[in-house]
Ligand binder design. Sequence first.
Ligand SMILES: Nc1ncnc2c1ncn2[C@@H]1O[C@H](COP(=O)(O)OP(=O)(O)O)[C@@H](O)[C@H]1O
Ligand SMILES: [Mg+2]
Length: 393
Amino acid sequence: MDPRHNPYAPGAGTPPPELAGRDELIERAAVALDRIRAGRSARSFILYGLRGVGKTVLLNRIGRDAGARGIESLKIEAPEERSLPGMLAPALRATLLRLSRSKAATAKVQRATRALAGFAKALKVKYQDLELSLDFETEEGVADSGNLDNDLTDLLSIVGAAAAERDTAVVFFVDELQYVPEDQLAALIIALHAANQNQLPITMVAAGLPQIVGQTGRAKSYAERLFEFVHIDRLDDEAAAVALTVPAKREGVDYESAAVAEILTQTHGYPYFLQEWGKHSWDVADDSPIEMKDCERATIEAIAELDASFFRVRFDRLTPAEKHYMRAMAELGPGPHRSGDIAEVLKRKVTSVAPVRNSLIAKGMIFSPAHGDTAFTVPLFDGFMKRIMPEGV
Ligand SMILES: Nc1ncnc2c1ncn2[C@@H]1O[C@H](COP(=O)(O)OP(=O)(O)O)[C@@H](O)[C@H]1O
Ligand SMILES: [Mg+2]
């Protein structure tokens, strides 16, 4: 059918034509943020799950909705090489500018701006990516000790007070939270907790790979009081069928029910894969309805495309030793696997492959769902590893 009208949207963070199966969570997040804005008790959310399950689009949706309700939403994507202060400072500066523009700047917004300037000045030696033009006054003794834990706590409380005065909330939307170094993440959580204890309207909604649940480590007890950890998973059959069929239906195109069932089997209900299969099924079909034979051709095309892009870009970041480790995991199936079994496939000791396993965790390729277990962070990666390294381990 005409690719010009193809409604599907595979891609990292690309808004889907139909955001299926997440309504309840979106509503719960809206309620929590509105309560926090009003100074009432509520836990915000940390969304965790594998690659391609739809964390980024959910985070963006919750942020956009909050923005439309007048909440100051600051979007922060944690790249591997940036520091948290380096990312927070410019985002906060833009927020404070907006808060000061709406009416004549109030004393609290001005104070927050001075605190931010002091914060940046004190920490830019330690975090060299912290760049902020310092044409602001600072306030002696406020957020300028050079100790991240203390300064961030000062800063966020002062920003929270400014937000309260403006009847809004400041909410950080942090994607790829697993890349924030643990000490910086702990400082952020502790600072948000202190503000929260004073009922100040400032919080975070975050998303990341499953290892973020463990990474909140040092600040764990605070984190559990502030955040609900929500596992974002594949869609159930009903939601997956909606994600697949509703976009086509809007274009006047139907699916045979066997074709839908086939795609659900192939994709296991993973949102990213549903978009890929939908896209290819549409392109290969001659007309409505999309049939089983179209889906079978789509499977071949979709896998070829995933192998060349989604899977491939991740594979290309691996060292030879890391590739072998991943290939050994694939030999055992989709997983999770016991670390001992993986070492055995490699004919090595668990301790001798531990450094490789650790570097794969740091790269976000694998995680440990339970002590001594190892799993892929990308669904269906085992099949890809076997295709790309057919010779075996
Ligand atoms: N609930 C959903 N229904 C349908 N498609 C979705 C849904 N959530 C995400 N997608 C699609 O899945 C893909 C991956 O989404 P993304 O948010 O980037 O995942 P993640 O951040 O978890 O890796 C995108 O193409 C997006 O359009
Ligand atoms: Mg994402």
